[in-house]
Design a protein around this ligand. Sequence first.
Ligand code: SF4
Length: 348
Amino acid sequence: MINILDLNLVELKQWMKSNGESEFRAKQVSDWIYKDIWKFENMNNIPQTVKEKLQDNFYIGVPELISEHTSKLNDTRKYLFALNDGNLIECVVMKYKHGNSICISTQVGCRMGCKFCASTIGGMIRNLTSGEMLSQIMKSQQLIGERISNVVLMGSGEPFDNFENVMKFLEVVNSENGLNIGQRHITISTCGIVPKIKEFADFQLQTTLAISLHAATDEIRMVSMPIANKYSIAEIIDACKYYINKTNRRVTFEYALVKDLNDSKRDAEKLSVLLNDMLCHVNLIPINEIEENELKRSPNDSVNEFKRVLESNNIQTTIRREMGLDINAACGQLRRSHIKGNNVNEGV
Ligand code: SF4
């Protein structure tokens, strides 16, 4: 059986044709699915014979909700979903005045090994398909009863370690025959897989690229990010410049501040030199502490001072709003708690 969400419209049309059906049935079926009708038998304008063929060959792979956690601090919801094969993934929905935003997972687990991240503790189990990425948005929309207008690929998994499926997801999520979410409302985050940044740049999409940099020197980066042993910061900056050249899009650098590791004034000055004159923006993230390591959250004074130094060097900087600290909202923490059988804070 095939997850029908893994097919784009062209592929579904081809399937209809090769199974003796009119191609326009593909669009009808697809319209139903994106209107949240997830049973073939409820698709009123599809003849019974076509419904039976669909049922024999496909399933509509929307995940099952295992648990829902709503922050007491703001309207952030975190969902733990079970995929068709029982694997667990999580996503976070954040409500802003300008619309709803979702952070989705691209893999079950992750093999990148970043020390501050709970997603990687059990390694990478498998890649998600494009349909499994889409279905996190579809299911979340159904749960909140509202459309989602912004998508961030920053949950569990390294998107560029699952490049082909992510590219197919981007095509369908952006398509007017899919979820019709504009490219400028989509952000892809990577820990810095240099060849893939360049390959991605060549597609010249208008999405936002976010780089998890988290250090201003390779030595410090290596402490928390094993990928730093493979690609240097200089190579990453070079790939980002190539990306900016190709797309004319501003790059976002994510910088998780860890007490006494990378949060000094000197670190901020080094980062300013690295990003000098680049079309970029820095997002400072006070880390969520996790049980499994000793990394400590930066004090607010250090965070503010770091921001001040960057801004004094004309680098646009924001401190990321802390969403759902009370619900293990950082990537991988909820799945991890569930696997370990911990209680997490339930909804208000
Ligand atoms: S931060 Fe991202 S790339 Fe690093 S281990 Fe976590 S999910 Fe993987």
